[in-house]
Design a protein around this ligand. Structure first.
Ligand code: G3P
Ligand code: CA
Length: 302
């Protein structure tokens, strides 16, 4: 079996609050191939590792800076300086309207002492851990909402590419995969900004699964939602559509998101989910909140 890569999605986010340094250190100890960073800019142009352009579903911003919300009632990363962001307490993801924790079985909301951090700080953690352990774990950053950043007068992509270059990530050999949902922006990254990194086009909408030939003109892989690979069950057995085969024909790797042991939907166990999607659907790797479980599963296949 060709080696499949394990991407620690937002760190070991099944066990510790997503995108905290603690979650990244725990993920590192589990030996994934890559650790993921979602990136959003602060008011003073520092790339921050956080999943959304909003702060109020993973921090105590509504308590600490009550009067800094926008008209839509949300608190935006881009309205705060890095110094201000560092004063916030990060917690397990919750619904800001109800206060209810999103994944009830995970690390308890409001407990612990977690902070936001910059992309550079996380790269340094991973690079220095690579040095102290002799490992070579890669990074898998995502440019978040480029249109929103542009509308706000911000150059997220250029700043992220500069940070990557400063830390030695410039080519496909540098153990970094750059991802983005926005196809125009990822194409611009390759064709206008002349980026030579391994690029993965994330796929949100069904109609985008028709665009693979175009994606292959600038990307090296695609990141579909795992449900976009499944067709239907026939006599109790999952059938797959042509997504993976079509991508492979064009030389594109396939890294679906997101494998969660506590959100199984159409599967009866995490093992079944991994067997069907990783092995039978023949993808090249996957994003998971539970890197240890995926690594154990893949090791058991050898
Ligand atoms: O980036 C791939 C994976 O993370 C899915 O997207 O929404 O969790 O950033 P999201
Ligand atoms: Ca992501």
């Amino acid at each position: 079996m060709k080696k499949k890569i394990v991407i620690a999605h937002r760190g070991a986010s099944g066990y510790l609050p997503e995108h905290t340094m603690e979650s990244k250190a725990m993920a590192f100890a589990m030996n994934p191939n890559f650790i993921e960073q979602d990136l959003v800019l602060s008011k003073d142009d520092v790339p921050i590792v956080i999943h959304d352009i909003y702060l109020d579903d993973v921090t105590d911003v509504a308590k600490k800076f009550a009067n800094r919300k926008r008209k839509d009632g949300r608190y935006y990363v881009i309205d705060f300086t890095f110094e201000e962001l560092k004063t916030l307490k990060v917690t397990e993801r919750f619904n800001p309207k109800t206060g209810k924790q999103f994944y009830p079985g995970r690390f308890p909301k409001g407990k612990g002492s977690f902070k936001l951090h910059s992309f550079a700080e996380e790269i340094e953690l991973i690079q220095n851990l690579n040095k102290s352990t002799g490992k070579n774990i890669g990074i898998y950053p995502e440019i978040k909402e480029p249109k929103f950043h542009k509308k706000e007068g911000k150059k997220l992509t250029e700043i992220v590419l500069k940070t990557l270059a400063d830390y030695g990530y410039t080519t496909k050999e540098d153990n970094c995969i750059l991802q983005c949902f926005d196809a125009k922006e990822l194409e611009r990254i390759r064709k206008e900004l002349k980026c030579d990194l391994f690029l993965v086009q994330l796929i949100e909408f069904e109609k985008e699964t028709k665009n693979f030939a175009h994606f292959a003109t600038y990307a090296n892989g695609i990141g579909p939602w795992y449900k976009q690979i499944l067709d239907k069950k026939v006599s109790g057995k999952w059938q797959f559509n042509a997504l993976v085969a079509n991508a492979h024909k064009l030389g594109l790797q396939v890294h679906p998101y997101t494998f969660r042991a506590d959100q199984l939907d159409e599967f009866t166990s995490f093992k079944e989910m991994m067997q069907i999607l990783l092995i039978e659907a023949n993808v090249d790797g996957a994003f998971t909140d539970f890197p240890d479980l995926m690594i154990n599963f893949l090791n058991s296949q050898k």
